[in-house]
Design a protein around this ligand. Sequence first.
Ligand SMILES: *Cc1c(COP(=O)(O)O)cnc(C)c1O
Length: 371
Amino acid sequence: MTDFSKYAQPGVLALNPYQPGKPIEELERELGIRNIIKLASNENPLGPSPRALAAMRGELEDVWLYPDGSGHQLKEKLAAKHAVTMDQITLGNGSSEVLEFAVRVLVGPGDEVLYSAHSFALYPILTLAAGGTPVEAPAKDWGVDLEALLAKITAKTRVIFIANPNNPTGTWVDGEPLHRFIQQVPADILVVIDEAYFDYAIEPTTGAGDYPDTSLWLTEFPNLMVARTFSKSYGLAGLRVGYSLCSPVLADLMNRVRPPFNVNSIALAAAEAALADEGHLRESVAVNADGLQQLQAGFAAMGLAYIPSAGNFISVDVGQPGAPLYQALLQEGVIVRPVANYGMPNHLRVTVGTEAQNQRFLDALAKVLSK
Ligand SMILES: *Cc1c(COP(=O)(O)O)cnc(C)c1O
């Protein structure tokens, strides 16, 4: 049998596969227990908008037809929402895919992609898969250190990724320093602001007072790309739909590497309908703000430090290796996320659930910590 690893690209051999949160069904199979809660993948505990569900059902009969490969109607709505032109929008099978398009357009062997320590795991994966070199800048207080990023820029840097807020730390960068940072980045380097948790972070009660909407800076910075997703606040993670906003020139290049029909017809319909349901979005954000408070109070009561978060998740310092606690929580039917592979061995990341789910997690955590 051919050993294809002999022929694999060097960057691919250097990769570790992305580790997703454990699916509920898998834990059910392994432990034979029921009533499991998953707070491991930053999904919206309220699920999608009823309007999105209705739109999906309405689309079912037509699944034998290819979707609109340009996503015209969704792009029209997004263009209006963000006051951009349609040729600035790229739709992706999740926002992960638009991040991939940007890397495939700009990065090849010898090129560097820069991001902060404790950043989203996808950035090095995309970079290595493209044959590029991932470069990690040190973080400050778990968050992005903009000065450290600037110091790592070289003539080979092609792309800089900043997740704002960042996953898994929940930390965010304020508007004023971020704006100054982009001003200082050479104009031929793409700055990608990954705003997967935008709707949570822009909510003032979450605590992120000067959190910026960088989509407003696109005219000023032609080397800026903003990525958003329907996976988190819109509760549509399973459908895989996200988008980027950038200059028409870059969007045209990204469109050339985009596989045809990359966003399916059900996802297109659901995303459009979800955009129209502001009430559901507001409720999702409010439930999250309450849940963050509840979890923070619970951690404080247990004497545990946590990283203040502007997302729909929070990383708590359990004061000991998180992996065994993660396993112990699984036995209690609670799935969270160990983050040792993000350089955070003593933290666990928990997604904000409903009030009842948060309480169940806090009780389970107290129980496994007391053992
Ligand atoms: C969840 C997440 C995404 C979005 O993933 P999708 O592919 O849109 O589901 C992007 N960036 C970060 C930092 C995330 O946490």
